[in-house]
Design a protein around this ligand. Sequence first.
Ligand code: AMP
Length: 381
Amino acid sequence: MNVLVLGAGQLARMMALAGAPLNLTISAYDVRSGNVVHPVTLEVLGRGLEHGIANADVITAEFEHIAPDVLRLCQDSGKFYPGEEAILTGGDRRKEKALLDKAGVNNARYQVIENRADFDNAIARIGLPMILKSALDGYDGKGQWRLKSADQADDVWQDIEAFLTASHQADRQCVIAEEFVRFDREVSLIGARGQDGNLAIYPLTENIHTDGILSVSVSANENAALQAQAESMFDAVASALDYIGVLAIEFFDVNGTLMVNEIAPRVHNSGHWTQQGADVCQFENHLRAVCGLPLGSAKRVRPTAMVNIIGEVTVPTSIMPLAHVHWYDKAPRPGRKIGHINVCASSQSELGEHLKALSTHLSVDEFPALLEAAEKLNQEA
Ligand code: AMP
C-alpha cells in the first residue's frame, strides 16, 4: 500500500520506518518545495501534489498548519485520513475550542478576540491573569501573550493589534483569550481510532516543557482514575470528529481533574516513548488506522521516558548503553528538534536512576528538564 504524508519532517520519517515491516511504502509531500520526497532520504520522487495524490492509496498528515487548498484537494480524493475537518480543527484554536465545547469536555474558559472591544470584554469576563493565543500558526508556545495585570493591557493590546495587522492570513487570523490555569502538571494522552471505530489508547504520559517546548515526557505509573478521565474525553473528542488515525490530547492536571489544553490530529512528540515502551508504537498504529488495518496493542511494556534533543547539541556515544537514540537527520538550529532519546527501565525508580545516569553524560543547559524528571520519578516511586 502507498501512503502519502503531508509534511516531510521527522514524523513522516518515523512513520516510514514503522511502516516498512508492514510493506507500507511511505512518501512525503514537502509543502514548502511542492515536491514528493522519500521521507528518510529526502530524495525527490516527483513533483506536485496531484502526482502524489494519484500514486497514493491513502493520504495522511504529520502537521496541521497546511494550506486550505492542499487539504481540499486531498479531501476530494476520498483517500484522506483523519481528513480535512480534523486537520483544520487542530490548526485553528477557534475551531478547536468549539469542538471541545461540542464534545462536552472540560477546557479553560475563553473568548474569541477580533478587536479592542472583545479584548476589554475578555478581561472583564475571564479575569486576570489571562493568556492570549493566536488562533492560527501557534505551536510550541509561539504566538502567545500573557496579561498579568490591568496596567499592561494597553501594551499587550498594541502587540496583538500589530500581530493581527501583519498576519499573512489576516482574513482568518484572530486571538483566543483563555483563563490562566494554575495546573499541577501537564499530561497527554495518545490514542488511535480505527476505521471500524475501535480504539487503542496508550497510558498517560507526563510532559515537562522548557520555554514552551517539550523537553522530557515520562510514561510511568499513572493512576487508573486519571487514565479513565482522559480516555472518556478522548472518546468524546474522537467521536465528535469521526476521527480515524492517531489523535493526541494535551491536558492540564489540576489537583486530579483534567482540563484539555489542546489537541493534535496526528502522531505527537509526547508519544515517541511508545517506540520502545509500548507493544505497538504510535507510528505503526497511526498507519494501521489510516490503512484500514486492525489496530495493535497500546499496552505499556515498561516504564519509558523520552528526552528531546533540541538545538545545536551533540550527544556523546557513551549514552548508548542507557538509551535508544533517534536522530532526525536535520541540520541543528537553535530551538529545533533534531532527535530524541528513549530511556527504558523495569520499574519507576529504576527509570529515575537511568535518567540520573544519563544526565551525567549531558549538559544541564542543553537538557534542562532531565534531572527534574529523574527527581520526580524517585519521589513518586
Ligand atoms: P500551548 O501552545 O497552548 O500548548 O501552550 C504552551 C504552554 O503554555 C503550555 O504547555 C502551558 O505550559 C502554557 N499554557 C497554555 N495555556 C495555558 C493556560 N490557559 N493557563 C496556563 N498556562 C497555559
